[in-house]
Design a protein around this ligand. Structure first.
Ligand code: FES
Length: 120
């Protein structure tokens, strides 16, 4: 199971070992369960309050290539509204099946089996 390191300029970094069954949980749920103070409001992918920057980490905490997990439809809309992605990015993600942005909505992103740095 993955380690999730939550990092903020105003809070101490905290690394959480995601337990079995967490593959159905969002980053926000894991943060809340571990008392990580990520801001949130709607919890439904509408407001962008929970926007975080995600960096996949290889073994030993080294940064690795961007992960290929798909953004949800709600993330595509909200990230475009906030100019974190554009129409070309969306098309590239659709055609090449890659993620072109580190920005995600913590209330929408489901954890996968990879270590992550989550900046909030
Ligand atoms: S809390 Fe509103 S988009 Fe995540």
């Amino acid at each position: 199971m993955p380690n999730i390191t939550f990092s903020s300029p105003i809070h101490k970094d905290k690394t959480v070992y995601a337990v079995a069954g967490s593959h159905t949980q969002t980053i926000l749920k894991i943060a809340k369960d571990n008392h990580i103070p990520i801001d949130f409001s709607c919890e439904d992918g509408e407001c962008a309050t929970c926007m975080v920057k995600i960096t996949p980490l290889a073994n030993h905490g080294q940064r690795t290539d961007p992960m290929a997990s798909r953004l949800t439809d709600k993330e595509l809309v909200v990230l475009r509204e906030h100019k974190k992605i554009n129409a070309e990015d969306i098309e590239r993600m659709r055609v090449e099946d890659v993620s072109v942005t580190p920005w995600r909505l913590a209330c929408q992103m489901i954890l996968r089996d990879e270590d992550l740095l989550v900046e909030y």
